[in-house]
Ligand binder design. Structure first.
Ligand code: UGA
Length: 452
């Protein structure tokens, strides 16, 4: 069985390398020649742990190739995975044009029966429409099946999640499609990965509802953080206590600056838009609040920072983190970068350091300063903002940094720093929804925490 992977962004590049690791011959296709050239040379054009090694291993052993020709993919493969982007369009709905143009380039060139498998995140109902489109384009005598197999990989853990998925969802309309997908994923299935066989709309909905649920969980705890801030409660301890109930679970109860990235924000809005189109907008009305709570976290940090800077002339802020989360250089809808950009627009001199995302951030926010190290970013800063929770920020030495910065205020907007060493070194340590009073003072009615 030979495999093509169409679209070689985060999802496609990882999927292509993962399929090669499973032993398949793989052709990755993308309409961006620069991306193809990089991948063909064994270079990953973004930061993803373990992917460069996996990619170059299979480019070198010849199992994995990249190209720009969909016609070649049509001749080459038995199973075609669609991994193109479905970005947010101007109305909030997903823009599906890349899916249609990939199929328009592929299907007329097919020379044998095959399976096309959608992996991109799409609004419910898309796959059925695409199946009709494929039927209309398929050459005479060629049978083309379409299935939907959503992907749940997390950036920063993409290789692990691809090779060891926590579940497999096959939206299929024929036994042949299920059989082919079981062949593709035979290793994971043999390792007892749960498999859910379902129809096309269910498979599409699993993906968007999973992301909407994760977003809801984050916004839930951030809403609680807002309550904590005015009552003197501690949201991290609240989350710990909630998380001990395994019906709730502690994961995705990390309160702070909220979610960003190329998936959660757009998927929430696309689900709202799709439900509206289907006449059931009321059913997901709560997601408007999920989105609003999330965006409020950014406002909250911006407001507190401007308050802290008061009337300073030439105020300076050091921003630790630009990526939307650690282990990634992805700055799409990054809360950290948005806070930095908006502070700059408000007249603050902002210096950013991110261990991996300085370059990607400077491409879309060239107006900011970028420092080569965290320490350099703090030079002369009045306020320090911890906005992406990279491990190396937890290892900073607050005593050393005290003599680097001009001010002594740090806002931990990810609630992952230990306040004690910072406070011991004389810093005014602020957090979001979290008590930062010295241990013995925890539980006092008037915590040191700043109100919202
Ligand atoms: C998300 C899903 O977790 C994946 O399962 C899914 O496959 C992927 O989207 C996708 O649709 O492709 P990802 O965007 O890589 O993965 O990032 P997450 O780890 O989900 O984090 C999303 C955002 O939520 C980040 O900005 C993170 O900082 C934030 N977050 C996460 C919190 O604010 N609090 C938490 O407790 C957890």
């Amino acid at each position: 069985m030979r495999i093509s992977v169409i679209g070689t962004g985060y999802l496609g590049a990882t999927h292509a390398a993962g399929m090669a690791e499973l032993g398949f011959e793989v052709l990755g296709v993308d309409n961006n020649p620069a991306k193809v050239a990089a991948l063909a040379a064994g270079r990953v054009p973004f930061h993803e742990p373990d992917l460069p090694e996996l990619l170059s291993k299979h480019v070198d052993d010849g199992r994995l190739r990249f190209g720009t020709s969909l016609a070649e993919a049509a001749r080459f493969a038995d199973v075609h995975f669609l991994c193109v982007g479905t970005p947010q369009g101007p109305t909030g709905a997903a823009d599906l044009s890349q899916l249609y143009s990939a199929l328009a380039g592929l299907v007329p060139h097919l020379t044998r029966n095959c399976l096309i498998v959608g992996k991109s995140t799409v609004p419910v109902g898309t796959a059925e429409a695409l199946a009709e489109y494929v039927d209309a384009l398929a050459p005479q005598g060629i049978s083309v099946d379409l299935a939907w197999n959503p992907e749940f990989l997390r950036e920063g853990h993409a290789v692990h999640d691809t090779l060891h998925p926590n579940r497999l969802v096959f939206g299929v309309t024929t036994p042949g499609a299920e059989w082919a997908l079981r062949q593709v994923y035979s290793e994971a299935i043999a390792a007892d990965t749960p498999v859910v066989i379902t129809n096309l709309p269910t498979a599409e909905l699993v993906k968007v509802s999973a992301n909407a649920f994760l977003a809801t969980k984050i916004s839930f705890i951030n809403a609680m953080a807002e309550l904590c801030e005015i009552t003197g409660a501690d949201v991290t301890l609240l989350a710990d206590a909630l998380g001990h109930d395994d019906r709730i679970g502690r994961k995705f109860l990390g309160a702070g600056l909220g979610y960003g990235g190329g998936c959660l924000p757009k998927d929430v809005r696309a689900l709202i838009a799709r439900a509206g189109e289907l006449g059931v907008g009321e059913s997901v009305r709560f997601l408007d609040s999920v989105d609003a709570i999330n965006l409020r976290r950014r406002e909250r940090v911006i407001r507190e920072t401007l308050d802290l800077l008061g009337g300073r002339t030439r105020p300076r802020v050091a921003v630790l983190g630009a990526a939307f989360k650690p282990l990634s250089d992805d700055v799409r809808d990054s809360p950290a970068l948005e806070v930095a950009v908006r502070l700059h627009a408000a007249g603050v001199e902002v210096t950013v350091f991110d261990p991996e995302a300085n370059r990607s951030a400077s491409r879309i926010a060239p107006q900011l300063r970028y420092a080569p190290t965290a320490t350099a970013a703090l030079l002369g800063a009045d306020v320090v903002l911890h906005l992406t929770e990279w491990r190396e920020f937890r290892e900073l030495d607050p005593t050393v940094l005290r003599s680097v910065a001009r001010g002594r205020v740090i806002v931990d907007a990810r609630n992952t720093l230990d306040p004690e060493p910072w406070q011991a070194a004389g810093w005014d340590f602020r957090a979001l929804g979290r008590l930062v009073a010295p241990r013995e003072e925890v539980g006092r009615v008037d915590p040191l925490l700043e109100s919202a």
